[in-house]
Design a protein around this ligand. Structure first.
Ligand code: GTR
Length: 429
């Protein structure tokens, strides 16, 4: 009797908690292809009302805007107000960086509204050889000074995630972390290939923590508002906003070829690069490195990280409306192949790593494949077959893909591919 009562009580409790969305599924993440549920993938070329899109003009005028609105209001959250650059300042500059090969600039972008002020710094290396350089733009995780050993790089005072292995304690950056991420940023190789590199520490735009009182979000609050409304921006959307402001600056910098800015990002910052590239057509190409759930990977596969898991672990990344799809991917009328399709006809590169199962490499590949019909509408080449290429054998079409050996990371192999592909797609080399 007592046992039955306990079981009954537990069952009722579990049902209530599930209904109110209070619990994260207890099951382990799925890493078995046989356990991927059957699902219907929405057709990027059929509108929500069922109209078939047959011409690129229909895509541009009808389908693209409705998809963009859906992602904006239900996944990443819309930016509720306009915040233009108030002022920019070159805070440090040298024409003699990297043994004279490059010019280094550190430029502050300053934003002001009512009693709010925010500034973030763009670190740039531009090849001296080029008059106006094509540029890779990407956020870094731990501060500009971590990407090389160059002692001239200023240390950010923004809040930072702790990582003792990188010499970061008390949420503050110091000399101890200078150069600790140089392995992910082959600055010299990029410069020698004729490209510039621009990078920003993402926590300067919005600290990566579940706190909406800091970063750029408060700039748009109406009186009494403490956090974004359900359809308003989470952190990924805020970081994407920052990339577009960097683009505003590039349009005014004579050393940059603003028509050839390739937006790049790894992991959470890969999700950010995709969302920035989807919205802002001034980015001429987009690279997603191991971006996974909420990035390039198809959510409906529920492989590795799922919507419920990401929303539980990082409640500030997406807009609140996205929580409606926690363990309810079936109800989602879009999937991430349509985020990739929003970049069409501009080149997009999706890259996976063999051991990075949490990010679902196959789901990332399939999203690139299922975005392809939209590229074909523009006469561009995408991913030709549903079969994944072997490891380390890239496909360098307008929609590009590779899966390399190794872990969740950014490697020299990745960068070599991005440079080769950018040469082909943007410089027509
Ligand atoms: C993980 C998260 C992933 C990915 C990664 C990262 O913890 O679950 O979605 O974004 O962090 O950004 O390194």
């Amino acid at each position: 009797m007592t046992t039955r009562f306990i079981i009954l009580t537990l069952a009722v409790l579990a049902i209530c908690l599930t209904i109110f969305g209070q619990i994260v599924p207890q099951k382990d993440p799925n890493y078995d292809e046989n356990n991927v549920p059957k699902f219907d993938l929405p057709d990027p070329l059929t509108t929500f009302s069922g109209k078939k899109i047959k011409k690129s003009s229909e895509w541009i005028e009808e389908r693209r805007p409705e998809l963009l609105t859906f992602f904006s209001e239900n996944v990443y959250g819309k930016v509720p107000c306009k915040i233009p650059i108030y002022q920019w300042k070159v805070v440090e500059q040298s024409g003699n960086a990297l043994d004279g090969k490059a010019c280094r600039k550190q430029v502050d972008l300053i934003f002001k509204k009512d009693n709010h002020t925010l500034r973030f710094n763009i670190l740039m290396y531009l090849p001296n050889e080029a008059e106006k350089a094509p540029v890779f733009l990407g956020y870094n995780f731990y501060g500009n000074h971590t990407i090389t050993n160059d002692t001239n790089i200023l240390i950010s005072d923004a809040w930072t995630r702790n990582d003792k292995s990188l010499g970061i304690d008390n949420h503050r950056l110091t000399e101890d972390s200078r150069g600790v991420r140089a392995n992910r940023w082959p600055v010299e190789k990029i410069i020698d290939s004729g490209y510039g590199l621009a990078t920003i520490f993402y926590c300067e735009v919005d600290p990566d923590r579940d706190d909406f009182s800091d970063g750029i979000h408060p700039f748009c609050y109406i009186e009494g508002q403490q956090c974004p409304a359900s359809d308003e921006w989470g952190s990924i959307s805020a970081w994407a906003w920052g990339l577009s402001r960097a683009m505003d600056y590039f349009e005014q910098d004579n050393d940059v070829d603003a028509s050839k800015v390739i937006v790049f990002g790894h992991s959470r910052l890969g999700k950010t690069a995709l969302w920035a590239g989807a919205q802002d057509e001034r980015f001429s190409a987009v690279i997603s490195n191991n971006s996974g759930c909420g990035g390039a990977a198809l959510s409906k596969r529920r492989f590795g990280e799922t919507i419920a898991r990401i929303n539980a672990a990082f409640p500030h990344w997406f807009c609140k409306n996205f929580r409606k799809y926690n363990d309810n991917e079936v109800a989602l009328p879009v999937d991430q192949h349509e985020l990739i399709a929003l970049i069409a006809p501009r080149p997009v590169y999706v890259a996976s790593a063999e051991k990075d199962l949490w990010a679902d490499p196959r789901g990332e590949f399939l999203a690139a494949y299922f975005a392809t019909p939209v590229y074909e509408l523009f006469g561009k080449d995408g991913i030709p077959s549903q079969e994944m290429p072997p490891v380390n054998q890239p496909i360098h079409n307008t929609v590009a893909y590779h899966i390399r050996t190794g872990e969740h990371d950014v490697t020299d192999f990745d960068w070599e591919q991005y440079i080769k592909w950018a040469d082909k797609q943007l410089l027509k080399k």
